[in-house]
Ligand binder design. Structure first.
Ligand code: CA
Length: 232
């Protein structure tokens, strides 16, 4: 079946050009002309990828992106930003976008990015785009992915390799409810022997190290009957 792409863009010319080109590449393209409509369609229908303009009437692309992720819509998102627009990649990724492309762009570049998004979505075990960001911060906690270091207000927090991988996975899947089985498979690997209890133990350790009050976590939430959700 053809991959379905939702294009959220208000410039009629660009909608036409992109729709034509993507359709000729074999994609099924639907479009929405403002942020509200885009959010509505992306939340209620299944798409394989979303191309989301930042400057949109009624609701901007960043807000659409954030709302989608809050609704647990995990469809990969490629954001289109205007030239000269200052985009803090890490902030953008925090909102849940997977990739960026600055306007004006070459059609080939867009096609390559869309293909990459779809490929990544097809292999969830590989790290999403946030792994290309070097740091991530929530409240006073800062994570340096390249150095594999975590600190709070400049004070280093010692994490084991597994704790760091688990935290990283949580950050990469921020706002998503993750089952213990998924965490076990993705962080420990399919061949690993540990049980889901291992996940609980590591989550407890992470909470001890990161949460202001580990008994009442505010970053790594327990979703009863489901698993965990990172909201830092
Ligand atoms: Ca626009």
């Amino acid at each position: 079946m053809n991959k379905r792409i939702l294009l959220v863009e208000d410039e009629p010319g660009l909608v036409l050009t992109l729709t034509d080109r993507l359709t000729s590449e074999g994609y099924q393209v639907e479009s929405a002309r403002d942020g509200e409509k885009g959010l509505e369609r992306a939340s209620s229908e299944a798409f394989d990828a979303i191309i989301l303009d930042v400057m949109l009437p009624r609701k901007n692309g960043f807000d659409v992106c954030r709302d989608l992720r809050q609704r647990n819509v995990t469809t990969p998102i490629l954001m289109l930003t205007a030239r000269g627009q200052v985009v803090d990649k890490v902030v953008g990724l925090k909102l849940g976008a997977d990739d960026y492309l600055t306007k004006p762009f070459e059609m080939m570049e867009l096609l390559a990015r869309v293909e990459a998004l779809l490929r990544r979505a097809a292999t969830p075990a590989t790290s999403p785009a946030i792994s290309s960001a070097e740091t991530y911060q929530f409240d006073s906690i800062k994570i340096d992915f390249r150095r594999a270091e975590v600190d709070r207000d400049g004070q280093k927090i010692e994490l084991s390799a597994k704790e760091f991988q688990l935290l990283r996975y949580f950050i990469e899947h921020r706002e998503a409810t993750l089952s213990r089985d998924e965490l076990l498979n993705e962080v420990w690997g399919y061949d690993a022997m540990p049980t889901t209890r291992t996940v609980d133990v590591h989550v407890a350790w992470l909470r001890q190290k990161l949460e202001p009050n580990p008994r009442h976590p505010i970053y790594i939430l327990t979703i009863h009957g489901m698993g965990y959700k990172f909201v830092g």
